[in-house]
Ligand binder design. Structure first.
Ligand SMILES: [Zn+2]
Length: 70
């Protein structure tokens, strides 16, 4: 299922995590071909990716949301 990116945060290991509209999180640096994409390291790069749709495997698996939607 394709879900748009609504925001980003860094996890406890400083890896960037995309926040998807469905409530799931996805590591952007651990998911080829996103790995080592330089855009995620800059604010403007991340902002340019807001709304970009990523395939959410968690939705396809019916996984519970990673964060509350409000
Ligand atoms: Zn999802």
């Amino acid at each position: 299922m394709q879900q748009p990116i609504t925001g980003f945060h860094q996890d406890e290991e400083d890896h960037w995590v995309a926040e998807l509209a469905c409530g799931h999180n996805q590591h952007v640096r651990h998911d080829p071909p996103w790995m080592s994409r330089p855009w995620v390291t800059t604010r403007t790069g991340r902002e340019s990716m807001l709304g970009y749709r990523l395939t959410c495997k968690k939705c396809e698996e019916g996984a519970p949301a990673d964060r509350s939607l409000d």
